[in-house]
Design a protein around this ligand. Structure first.
Ligand SMILES: Nc1ncnc2c1ncn2[C@@H]1O[C@H](COP(=O)(O)OP(=O)(O)OP(=O)(O)O)[C@@H](O)[C@H]1O
Ligand SMILES: [Mg+2]
Length: 357
């Protein structure tokens, strides 16, 4: 599955439930990141597998295999890369695909690594082609060819590298060329989190931020966090503000619900845009099928905004289906908005017409 992280700056930059880190997130995230695997919540499979990989490497006194972390924004890829370094008691160097435009940029980084160092390459799918090819050899043979000179007189000087662990992160694993993907010894696919796991995230963050919260308050925030720890932490901060200003600071279910109502994040984590799309689909088009362009006009948004910003979550939640004949609401969508379908719904079978109401 792919998650587009390129559209978020414009269309979702202001969204409280947007997946990508905003400036405020960046400021607090360092303080909220779990420091070791034991503190890292959820992702049981990934944690178990990674634990084995790291333990085995440590027992052999070797550098850990290269690790690829793939998954939607805010699920903990950067956090895990730091944990890998911490567990290996190794230093970490952090860079990203877009920062490496020339192979020479990468050569400079690689040749300055210490033995055993973790190189975290964020957004690895956005690296330039020549840098990517240099990386193949570096990952496999711990060697790069540095080209000296230009034109016919150019020569390749092989340069030995100390063994290192590459940790690549991507929101778009599908965009990685197979030769690159194949050079990772271990690939971790990060999943969206279960509500119970997000409750633990909220409790943990509340503790670190010195915020008082009860179990119901944490559950209320977790349920609206779209399976994403980053969003859970962000909603917690907004609810904390509300609890301070409007109450005595303690976050319980009522406070959390009231605070998030102010920010128009509903019980299932839909925000104003998501609800507008769903409401138009149900109220104006009888649940569909309706074409994307028509739906976009109805909510006064760009086609791309509806398709890339609102729809992925609605589809994931099972509220909306994309069919060859257009967008269709599921029975869950009617239930979520408290509306009754115009007739016994047979959604998704492509039979519906536009029953205007
Ligand atoms: N398993 C977890 N347990 C507790 N907190 C977590 C967990 N995963 C992520 N977080 C919190 O969520 C925030 C975002 O995580 P992180 O920055 O690692 O996500 P990411 O996958 O790197 O996102 P992006 O794709 O945008 O770079 C961090 O502040 C971290 O504290
Ligand atoms: Mg990250």
């Amino acid at each position: 599955m792919n998650w587009d992280d390129t559209t978020d700056t414009d269309a979702t930059g202001e969204r409280l439930v947007g997946p990508v880190a905003d400036r405020e997130d960046q400021a607090v995230e360092a303080a909220l990141r779990p420091k070791d695997l034991g503190e890292f919540i959820g992702q049981e499979k990934v944690r178990e597998q990674l634990d084995l990989v790291l333990r085995a490497a440590r027992a052999r006194g070797a550098t850990a295999d290269h690790v690829l972390l793939s998954g939607a924004p805010g699920l903990g890829k950067t956090t895990l890369s730091m944990i890998i370094a911490a567990e290996m008691e190794a230093p970490i160097r952090i860079t990203s695909g877009p920062a490496i435009q020339h192979a020479g940029d990468l050569a400079a980084i690689l040749s300055s690594l210490q033995e055993g160092e973790v190189l975290f390459l964020d957004e690895i799918h956005r690296m330039s082609r020549p840098a990517e090819e240099m990386l193949y050899m570096a990952m496999e043979d711990f060697r790069v060819d540095v080209i000296v000179g230009k034109g016919p007189g150019a020569t390749a000087i092989p340069l030995e590298l100390p063994p290192f662990t590459l940790v690549g992160a991507t929101t778009r694993a599908g965009l990685l060329p197979p030769p690159l993907r194949d050079r990772f010894g271990f690939t971790a696919h990060m999943e969206f989190y279960e509500p119970a796991e997000l409750e633990r995230v909220v409790h943990r963050s509340a503790g670190l931020l010195d915020v008082e919260i009860d179990a119901d308050g944490a559950a209320e925030i977790a349920g609206r966090s779209r399976g994403t720890p980053r969003i859970a932490n962000r909603l917690l901060r907004r609810v904390r503000d509300y609890a301070q200003v409007k109450a005595d600071g303690l976050i319980n279910r009522d406070i959390a619900a009231a605070a998030l109502a102010v920010y128009e994040v509903d019980a299932r984590g839909l925000d104003r845009l998501d609800r507008a799309v769903l409401e138009a689909l149900l109220k104006l088009f009888g649940g569909g099928p309706v074409g994307l362009s028509t739906l976009a006009v109805a909510v006064g948004e760009e086609r791309e905004t509806v398709e890339e910003v609102a729809e992925p979550f609605l589809v994931r939640e099972g509220l909306l289906a994309r069919t060859p004949r257009g967008r269709v609401a599921t029975p869950a969508a009617w239930a979520h908005l408290g509306l009754v379908p115009p007739r016994p719904a047979a959604p998704g079978n492509g039979q519906g017409d536009l029953f205007g109401t």
